[in-house]
Design a protein around this ligand. Structure first.
Ligand code: GLP
Length: 297
Protein backbone atom coordinates (compact mmCIF):
# COMPACT_ATOMS: atom_id res chain seq x y z
CA UNK A 1 0.00 0.00 0.00
CA UNK A 2 1.34 3.36 -0.90
CA UNK A 3 0.51 6.44 1.07
CA UNK A 4 0.66 9.97 -0.08
CA UNK A 5 -0.13 11.56 3.25
CA UNK A 6 -2.65 11.50 6.01
CA UNK A 7 -5.37 13.40 4.23
CA UNK A 8 -5.39 10.90 1.37
CA UNK A 9 -5.89 8.01 3.66
CA UNK A 10 -8.47 9.36 6.03
CA UNK A 11 -12.20 8.92 5.60
CA UNK A 12 -12.68 7.17 2.32
CA UNK A 13 -16.40 7.47 1.96
CA UNK A 14 -18.67 4.81 0.59
CA UNK A 15 -19.86 2.29 -0.26
CA UNK A 16 -23.41 3.20 0.63
CA UNK A 17 -25.28 0.86 -1.67
CA UNK A 18 -25.12 -2.86 -1.57
CA UNK A 19 -26.87 -5.64 -3.24
CA UNK A 20 -26.99 -8.63 -1.04
CA UNK A 21 -27.56 -12.07 -2.30
CA UNK A 22 -28.45 -15.00 -0.21
CA UNK A 23 -27.62 -18.42 -1.43
CA UNK A 24 -26.29 -21.72 -0.31
CA UNK A 25 -22.65 -22.10 0.55
CA UNK A 26 -20.68 -25.06 -0.65
CA UNK A 27 -20.18 -28.08 1.55
CA UNK A 28 -23.15 -27.32 3.73
CA UNK A 29 -21.56 -24.20 5.15
CA UNK A 30 -24.95 -22.58 5.69
CA UNK A 31 -26.17 -19.30 4.34
CA UNK A 32 -23.73 -17.20 2.36
CA UNK A 33 -24.09 -13.46 2.24
CA UNK A 34 -22.50 -11.71 -0.66
CA UNK A 35 -21.93 -7.99 -0.58
CA UNK A 36 -21.52 -6.38 -3.97
CA UNK A 37 -20.13 -2.92 -3.50
CA UNK A 38 -21.33 0.11 -5.37
CA UNK A 39 -19.16 1.87 -7.90
CA UNK A 40 -18.65 4.79 -5.59
CA UNK A 41 -15.59 3.07 -4.18
CA UNK A 42 -13.92 2.84 -7.53
CA UNK A 43 -12.34 6.23 -7.29
CA UNK A 44 -11.39 5.97 -3.66
CA UNK A 45 -7.96 7.34 -3.08
CA UNK A 46 -6.16 4.27 -1.83
CA UNK A 47 -3.32 3.51 -4.16
CA UNK A 48 -2.47 0.09 -5.51
CA UNK A 49 -5.49 -1.61 -4.04
CA UNK A 50 -8.09 -3.36 -6.07
CA UNK A 51 -11.65 -2.62 -5.10
CA UNK A 52 -13.46 -5.66 -3.83
CA UNK A 53 -16.42 -6.70 -5.85
CA UNK A 54 -17.51 -9.81 -4.16
CA UNK A 55 -16.96 -10.50 -0.48
CA UNK A 56 -18.06 -13.82 0.89
CA UNK A 57 -19.74 -13.64 4.28
CA UNK A 58 -20.74 -17.02 5.64
CA UNK A 59 -23.22 -17.16 8.46
CA UNK A 60 -22.46 -19.72 11.16
CA UNK A 61 -24.99 -20.83 13.74
CA UNK A 62 -22.74 -20.28 16.72
CA UNK A 63 -19.13 -20.21 17.89
CA UNK A 64 -18.61 -23.95 17.38
CA UNK A 65 -19.99 -23.82 13.88
CA UNK A 66 -17.86 -20.76 13.06
CA UNK A 67 -14.76 -22.52 14.38
CA UNK A 68 -15.40 -25.66 12.35
CA UNK A 69 -15.99 -23.70 9.14
CA UNK A 70 -12.86 -21.61 9.67
CA UNK A 71 -10.77 -24.68 10.47
CA UNK A 72 -12.02 -26.35 7.28
CA UNK A 73 -10.62 -23.48 5.24
CA UNK A 74 -7.26 -23.52 7.03
CA UNK A 75 -7.13 -27.32 6.74
CA UNK A 76 -7.77 -27.11 3.01
CA UNK A 77 -4.90 -24.62 2.72
CA UNK A 78 -2.54 -26.97 4.58
CA UNK A 79 -3.58 -29.96 2.47
CA UNK A 80 -3.27 -28.07 -0.80
CA UNK A 81 0.06 -26.48 0.11
CA UNK A 82 1.81 -28.40 2.89
CA UNK A 83 4.57 -25.78 3.19
CA UNK A 84 2.15 -22.86 3.30
CA UNK A 85 2.60 -19.74 5.42
CA UNK A 86 -0.29 -19.26 7.83
CA UNK A 87 -0.86 -15.83 9.36
CA UNK A 88 -2.31 -16.50 12.80
CA UNK A 89 -4.31 -14.56 15.35
CA UNK A 90 -4.94 -14.66 19.07
CA UNK A 91 -7.89 -13.80 21.29
CA UNK A 92 -10.99 -15.83 22.16
CA UNK A 93 -12.20 -15.99 18.58
CA UNK A 94 -9.63 -18.43 17.13
CA UNK A 95 -9.38 -20.83 20.09
CA UNK A 96 -12.13 -23.12 18.74
CA UNK A 97 -10.57 -23.01 15.28
CA UNK A 98 -7.23 -24.12 16.71
CA UNK A 99 -8.97 -26.91 18.64
CA UNK A 100 -10.48 -28.12 15.38
CA UNK A 101 -7.09 -28.06 13.65
CA UNK A 102 -5.63 -30.10 16.51
CA UNK A 103 -8.45 -32.60 16.05
CA UNK A 104 -7.67 -32.77 12.35
CA UNK A 105 -4.05 -33.47 13.20
CA UNK A 106 -5.00 -36.14 15.75
CA UNK A 107 -7.23 -37.84 13.19
CA UNK A 108 -4.26 -37.98 10.82
CA UNK A 109 -5.85 -35.59 8.32
CA UNK A 110 -3.41 -32.73 8.81
CA UNK A 111 0.37 -32.62 8.79
CA UNK A 112 2.06 -29.46 10.07
CA UNK A 113 5.63 -30.68 9.45
CA UNK A 114 6.31 -28.14 6.74
CA UNK A 115 3.84 -25.43 7.74
CA UNK A 116 5.23 -22.01 8.65
CA UNK A 117 3.41 -19.44 10.73
CA UNK A 118 3.61 -15.73 11.43
CA UNK A 119 1.49 -14.20 14.14
CA UNK A 120 -0.17 -10.84 13.90
CA UNK A 121 0.96 -9.24 17.09
CA UNK A 122 2.44 -9.39 20.58
CA UNK A 123 2.23 -7.30 23.72
CA UNK A 124 5.31 -5.26 24.53
CA UNK A 125 6.93 -6.27 27.81
CA UNK A 126 5.54 -9.81 28.20
CA UNK A 127 8.09 -12.60 27.92
CA UNK A 128 7.53 -16.08 26.55
CA UNK A 129 6.79 -17.57 29.97
CA UNK A 130 4.09 -15.01 30.70
CA UNK A 131 0.79 -16.83 30.21
CA UNK A 132 -0.80 -13.69 28.75
CA UNK A 133 1.83 -13.31 26.04
CA UNK A 134 0.66 -14.24 22.56
CA UNK A 135 3.74 -16.47 22.25
CA UNK A 136 2.44 -18.49 25.21
CA UNK A 137 -1.11 -18.46 23.81
CA UNK A 138 0.01 -19.86 20.45
CA UNK A 139 2.08 -22.60 22.03
CA UNK A 140 -0.65 -23.70 24.39
CA UNK A 141 -3.52 -23.53 21.89
CA UNK A 142 -1.80 -24.84 18.77
CA UNK A 143 1.96 -25.20 18.37
CA UNK A 144 2.57 -27.62 21.26
CA UNK A 145 -0.37 -29.78 20.20
CA UNK A 146 0.60 -30.53 16.59
CA UNK A 147 3.76 -31.59 14.76
CA UNK A 148 4.80 -28.09 13.72
CA UNK A 149 8.52 -27.34 13.90
CA UNK A 150 8.86 -24.55 16.52
CA UNK A 151 11.58 -23.03 14.31
CA UNK A 152 8.90 -22.46 11.68
CA UNK A 153 6.67 -20.48 14.04
CA UNK A 154 7.04 -16.73 14.41
CA UNK A 155 5.57 -14.27 16.87
CA UNK A 156 6.88 -10.69 17.15
CA UNK A 157 9.28 -10.29 20.06
CA UNK A 158 7.65 -7.95 22.54
CA UNK A 159 10.79 -8.05 24.70
CA UNK A 160 13.13 -6.78 22.00
CA UNK A 161 15.37 -3.98 23.23
CA UNK A 162 14.96 -2.09 19.99
CA UNK A 163 11.30 -2.36 19.03
CA UNK A 164 11.73 -0.45 15.76
CA UNK A 165 14.44 -2.91 14.69
CA UNK A 166 12.15 -5.77 15.70
CA UNK A 167 9.37 -4.37 13.53
CA UNK A 168 11.73 -4.17 10.59
CA UNK A 169 13.03 -7.67 11.22
CA UNK A 170 9.48 -9.04 11.33
CA UNK A 171 8.48 -7.35 8.12
CA UNK A 172 11.57 -8.73 6.35
CA UNK A 173 10.93 -12.17 7.78
CA UNK A 174 7.44 -12.26 6.29
CA UNK A 175 8.85 -11.20 2.94
CA UNK A 176 11.59 -13.84 3.14
CA UNK A 177 8.94 -16.51 3.68
CA UNK A 178 7.30 -15.45 0.43
CA UNK A 179 4.35 -13.71 2.09
CA UNK A 180 1.32 -15.06 3.90
CA UNK A 181 -0.89 -17.56 2.06
CA UNK A 182 -3.85 -17.11 4.37
CA UNK A 183 -4.24 -14.67 7.23
CA UNK A 184 -6.64 -15.54 10.03
CA UNK A 185 -8.10 -12.46 11.73
CA UNK A 186 -10.38 -11.75 14.63
CA UNK A 187 -11.92 -8.32 15.01
CA UNK A 188 -11.87 -6.03 18.01
CA UNK A 189 -15.08 -4.42 19.26
CA UNK A 190 -13.73 -1.14 17.93
CA UNK A 191 -12.94 -2.74 14.58
CA UNK A 192 -9.24 -3.29 15.16
CA UNK A 193 -7.43 -6.06 13.30
CA UNK A 194 -4.20 -7.31 14.78
CA UNK A 195 -3.60 -4.36 17.06
CA UNK A 196 -4.29 -1.74 14.39
CA UNK A 197 -6.44 0.59 16.42
CA UNK A 198 -8.86 3.20 15.04
CA UNK A 199 -6.81 6.09 13.77
CA UNK A 200 -6.71 8.81 11.13
CA UNK A 201 -4.38 6.76 8.95
CA UNK A 202 -4.01 3.15 7.95
CA UNK A 203 -0.65 2.05 9.36
CA UNK A 204 1.31 0.28 6.74
CA UNK A 205 3.92 -2.06 8.13
CA UNK A 206 4.70 -3.83 11.38
CA UNK A 207 4.87 -1.13 14.02
CA UNK A 208 4.59 -0.29 17.70
CA UNK A 209 1.04 0.52 18.82
CA UNK A 210 -0.38 2.40 21.79
CA UNK A 211 -3.42 0.39 22.77
CA UNK A 212 -6.68 2.30 23.14
CA UNK A 213 -8.64 2.39 26.38
CA UNK A 214 -11.40 0.33 24.75
CA UNK A 215 -8.96 -2.45 23.81
CA UNK A 216 -7.36 -2.41 27.25
CA UNK A 217 -10.86 -2.60 28.71
CA UNK A 218 -11.84 -5.47 26.38
CA UNK A 219 -8.64 -7.43 27.06
CA UNK A 220 -8.49 -6.91 30.82
CA UNK A 221 -10.58 -10.04 31.27
CA UNK A 222 -7.40 -12.05 30.71
CA UNK A 223 -5.40 -10.11 33.31
CA UNK A 224 -5.69 -9.55 37.06
CA UNK A 225 -6.78 -5.95 36.41
CA UNK A 226 -6.84 -3.31 33.67
CA UNK A 227 -3.60 -1.93 35.14
CA UNK A 228 -1.86 -5.20 34.28
CA UNK A 229 -2.76 -5.02 30.59
CA UNK A 230 0.30 -3.82 28.63
CA UNK A 231 -0.21 -0.40 27.12
CA UNK A 232 1.69 -1.14 23.93
CA UNK A 233 2.05 -3.89 21.38
CA UNK A 234 3.91 -4.79 18.22
CA UNK A 235 1.49 -5.41 15.37
CA UNK A 236 1.62 -6.22 11.71
CA UNK A 237 0.40 -3.13 9.91
CA UNK A 238 -2.67 -2.83 7.74
CA UNK A 239 -0.34 -2.91 4.74
CA UNK A 240 1.24 -6.14 5.98
CA UNK A 241 -2.17 -7.72 6.48
CA UNK A 242 -3.43 -6.56 3.09
CA UNK A 243 -0.51 -8.30 1.38
CA UNK A 244 -1.75 -11.72 2.50
CA UNK A 245 -3.00 -13.71 -0.47
CA UNK A 246 -6.20 -14.66 1.31
CA UNK A 247 -7.90 -13.29 4.43
CA UNK A 248 -10.17 -15.27 6.73
CA UNK A 249 -11.92 -13.14 9.35
CA UNK A 250 -13.94 -14.75 12.10
CA UNK A 251 -16.36 -13.09 14.50
CA UNK A 252 -18.68 -14.42 17.14
CA UNK A 253 -21.15 -12.83 19.51
CA UNK A 254 -23.31 -9.76 19.74
CA UNK A 255 -20.51 -7.56 21.03
CA UNK A 256 -18.91 -7.82 17.57
CA UNK A 257 -22.11 -6.97 15.67
CA UNK A 258 -21.46 -3.20 15.38
CA UNK A 259 -17.86 -3.71 14.26
CA UNK A 260 -18.82 -6.34 11.67
CA UNK A 261 -21.63 -4.22 10.22
CA UNK A 262 -19.50 -1.08 10.04
CA UNK A 263 -16.42 -2.88 8.72
CA UNK A 264 -18.16 -4.62 5.84
CA UNK A 265 -21.19 -2.44 5.16
CA UNK A 266 -19.92 1.01 6.08
CA UNK A 267 -17.39 3.47 4.72
CA UNK A 268 -13.77 2.45 4.36
CA UNK A 269 -12.04 4.54 6.99
CA UNK A 270 -9.06 4.14 9.32
CA UNK A 271 -11.52 4.91 12.12
CA UNK A 272 -12.78 1.38 11.47
CA UNK A 273 -9.53 -0.46 10.60
CA UNK A 274 -11.20 -3.69 9.43
CA UNK A 275 -13.10 -1.73 6.77
CA UNK A 276 -9.92 -1.75 4.65
CA UNK A 277 -10.65 -5.41 3.95
CA UNK A 278 -13.35 -4.24 1.53
CA UNK A 279 -10.43 -3.54 -0.78
CA UNK A 280 -8.80 -6.96 -0.48
CA UNK A 281 -9.39 -9.23 -3.44
CA UNK A 282 -9.88 -12.47 -1.50
CA UNK A 283 -11.67 -12.19 1.84
CA UNK A 284 -13.88 -14.72 3.53
CA UNK A 285 -15.79 -13.69 6.65
CA UNK A 286 -17.24 -16.39 8.87
CA UNK A 287 -19.42 -14.93 11.57
CA UNK A 288 -22.17 -16.33 13.71
CA UNK A 289 -25.73 -15.02 13.62
CA UNK A 290 -25.18 -12.80 16.64
CA UNK A 291 -22.14 -11.13 15.08
CA UNK A 292 -24.08 -10.59 11.84
CA UNK A 293 -27.20 -9.34 13.58
CA UNK A 294 -26.59 -5.67 12.71
CA UNK A 295 -25.67 -6.22 9.06
CA UNK A 296 -28.25 -5.02 6.55
CA UNK A 297 -30.67 -7.75 5.51
C1 GLP B 1 -6.89 -8.73 20.49
C2 GLP B 1 -6.00 -9.17 19.34
C3 GLP B 1 -6.75 -9.23 18.03
C4 GLP B 1 -8.07 -9.92 18.23
C5 GLP B 1 -8.92 -9.09 19.16
C6 GLP B 1 -10.30 -9.67 19.41
O1 GLP B 1 -6.80 -7.39 20.80
N1 GLP B 1 -4.84 -8.37 19.18
O2 GLP B 1 -5.95 -9.87 17.06
O3 GLP B 1 -8.72 -10.09 17.02
O4 GLP B 1 -8.25 -9.00 20.41
O5 GLP B 1 -10.21 -10.60 20.44
P1 GLP B 1 -11.33 -11.64 20.81
O6 GLP B 1 -11.27 -12.67 19.75
O7 GLP B 1 -10.89 -12.17 22.15
O8 GLP B 1 -12.59 -10.91 20.88
Amino acid sequence: MQSSGRADQAQIQGPGNFERKRGRAEAGAGAVRTAVHADRLQNARICNLRRKKDMRIYEANDYQDMSRKAANILAAQIILKPDCVLGLATGSSPIGTYDQLVEGYNRGDLNFAEVKTVNLDEYIGLDHENDQSYYYFMHSHLFDRVNIDPANTNVPDGMAEDIDAECERYEKLIRSLGGVDIQLLGIGRNGHIGFNEPSDIFDKMTHCVDLTESTIEANKRFFASADDVPKQAVSMGIGTIMKAKKILLIASGEDKADAVAQAFFGPVTPEMPASILQFHSDVVVIADSAALSKCPK
